[in-house]
Design a protein around this ligand. Sequence first.
Ligand SMILES: *Cc1c(COP(=O)(O)O)cnc(C)c1O
Length: 384
Amino acid sequence: MKPTTLVEFVRDTYQTDKFIPLHAPTFSGNEKAYVNETIASTFVSSVGKFVDEFEQKIEAYTGSAKAVATMNGTAALHAALYMAGVERGDLVITQALTFVATCNALYHMGAEPIFVDVSPVSLGLCPKAVDTYLGEYAELTEQGCVHKKTRQRIRAVVPMHTFGHPVELDELVAVCLKWQLVLVEDAAESLGSFYKGKHTGTLGDYSAISFNGNKVITTGGGGMVLCRTKEQGARTKHVTTTAKVPHPFEFYHDEPGFNYRMPNLNAALGCAQMEVLEAYLVKKRVLAEQYAVLFAGSEYSFVREPEYAQSNYWLNAIICPNKSSRDQLLEQTNAAGVMTRPIWQLMHRLPMFQNALRGDLTHSEFIEAHLVNIPSTPVEIVKK
Ligand SMILES: *Cc1c(COP(=O)(O)O)cnc(C)c1O
């Protein structure tokens, strides 16, 4: 199959001769009405009804005990790691195949990543690889799980649901129990993705969702921490809102807090976007199905959701037969105004994480060299 066939298919699908992005936001519902309402009310900032409403909508949709809105997904992840008890000097297991925000959040907790391989099926953290790494390099002590060589505490495991495809969560939960580790899900990309009927981000102790402009739905910038219990949720809300102890007029803060609040203006956008989420997800599945048909029998392999899961198909992806065909596809499609992108360079190639501990990364390296993301915005009029 020639790269021009993909270009033609995408142009035909989106019915435009203009530049086609990977994932553009679409506002077809009550976005303007709700945003105008916040402006009219003057409650555009950290107080307002839309923040509570948005949190409740996310709780109802995901089945999370408590959702706490934040200013972006990285802030949500930072707060989640803080709540998970990650401390300066701790080690945190995550994947090298992720967006840099996952590692930035744990870096700013003073922790260091250990990079473990991903599963070729989910593209996310592989439970077997985590268990194998721990079996070789870790031991359980009075202090919990400790790295045998560095003697640092290993505190948490942070899987990321790559492009919306859920990782094997039951198996990861079991590995975390076995090794006394806290599970924090980076669910930034997976709103609308379910693992065996449960929403991603609800099996870990904490998780983070992003509402950045390129995600499934957007609040402009925004994030959400999902918490497993109401108590954890109450404390997460407390620390993300400067840890102020409620009082009619006194300012008293009982721990070093974050100001990670989501402004009401952004939450208004989020409430409107939640109303169209289901429709977007249906459209995204239709598009993924069409891509699957297009690539069937070609040298490109379309990335499907794992059989145990329902993915939101946030970003569609294909695996190219080799690196040179990948580069050729990237060059020809981008030159034709159809945006395609390689996956992120692996985290241990970045200067700040090059000395991080790591296990075998065979699958991560393969995916890094072969994967290309293709346009994934939900289509209004899907032809054929
Ligand atoms: C988008 C994203 C984030 C962070 O989200 P922001 O809202 O942009 O801060 C974190 N992790 C992953 C994997 C992401 O894709």
